[in-house]
Design a protein around this ligand. Structure first.
Ligand SMILES: Nc1ncnc2c1ncn2[C@@H]1O[C@H](COP(=O)(O)OP(=O)(O)O)[C@@H](O)[C@H]1O
Ligand SMILES: [Mg+2]
Length: 270
């Protein structure tokens, strides 16, 4: 560390003092068979904050993200140990209903993946199977409010019965975000949500992420450091399955404490 960085750090307020931790990850190890992909990672995820997971390809970003709503359960060789709590509750406890967990911790993937159904049904399906709507008008209301919140309503309100797959890539991704929002989650996990989008659609989704923070907690995996700097307040940098450094995004990019972080952000690893 240079003297200059030390001086900057001294002026930087510590992170995560009085804020609410919505997901608390403690000493998590993840194995695929006998290969360890995550090494004793602990990270507090703050409520109503955008946290980005950055680091070189294969460093375990997606693996850790998938632990947070137990998506790794579907990979038979994957074993997760340690403690992950959502609002204080151990999400790996035997009594946890995984379907209900995934309602509270939704996910948006790299490639937009609308169901082969109408735009309306893409959004209406989740609330229906989770019993969140009683009447047709409830359903219409939730579809409209979710599409509005996802910034897509004006573009699709006259074509709700058309297939979701007929939308542009950026619109499809916002439809997937509307679908995630429709079941009233607390947290939305996004795994490189813009990597299949053009720069204009990316900018729209980034603006949306910033707006969503008011109501939801967002964790975004990105290999674009510029994107992490633009959208997130907190950044976690991973390397070879370890969490090297976590802190407020500005400090991570302007005054990293660790040499490995410095090397990554200056392009020396990755
Ligand atoms: N389904 C899987 N089966 C076996 N190994 C996997 C699987 N998914 C990921 N891995 C391994 O785990 C490590 C972390 O991968 P991943 O979480 O996808 O990294 P990232 O998202 O940072 O690129 C890599 O070594 C990868 O090969
Ligand atoms: Mg990944």
């Amino acid at each position: 560390m240079t003297l200059n960085q030390e001086a900057t750090l001294a002026e930087t307020a510590p992170v995560a003092d009085q804020v609410e931790t919505i997901i608390d990850v403690k000493d998590v190890d993840v194995f695929y068979g006998d290969k360890q992909a995550i090494h004793t990672v602990s990270v507090p995820i703050e409520a109503n904050t955008v946290t980005s997971f950055i680091g070189p390809s294969g460093c375990g970003k997606s693996t850790l993200l998938r632990c947070l709503n137990r998506m790794n359960d579907v990979i038979p060789i994957c074993k997760v140990t340690g403690d992950i709590r959502l609002a204080g509750q151990d999400i790996y406890a035997p009594e946890v209903d995984v379907v209900a967990l995934r309602r509270r911790v939704g996910m948006v993937f790299q490639k937009p993946n609308p169901f082969p159904k109408s735009i309306f049904d893409n959004v209406a399906y989740g609330p229906k199977i989770h019993g969140l709507v009683k009447s047709k008008s409830d359903q219409e209301e939730i579809v409209e409010s979710s599409l509005k919140r996802a910034g897509l309503w004006n573009e699709v309100k006259d074509r709700l019965s058309e297939p979701g797959t007929g939308l542009s890539g950026g619109q499809q991704q916002r439809l997937c975000i509307a679908r995630a929002i429709a079941v009233q989650p607390n947290v939305i996990l996004m795994d490189e949500p813009c990597s299949a989008l053009d720069p204009i659609a990316t900018a729209t989704v980034e603006t949306l992420i910033d707006e969503l923070r008011e109501k939801y907690t967002i964790i975004i995996v990105t290999h674009s450091m510029q994107q992490a700097a633009r959208v997130s307040q907190r950044t976690a940098f991973f390397h070879l399955g370890e969490l090297v450094e976590y802190g407020d995004t500005e400090s991570i990019f302007n005054a990293p404490r660790e040499e490995r972080t410095q090397n990554y952000i200056t392009g020396r690893i990755g």
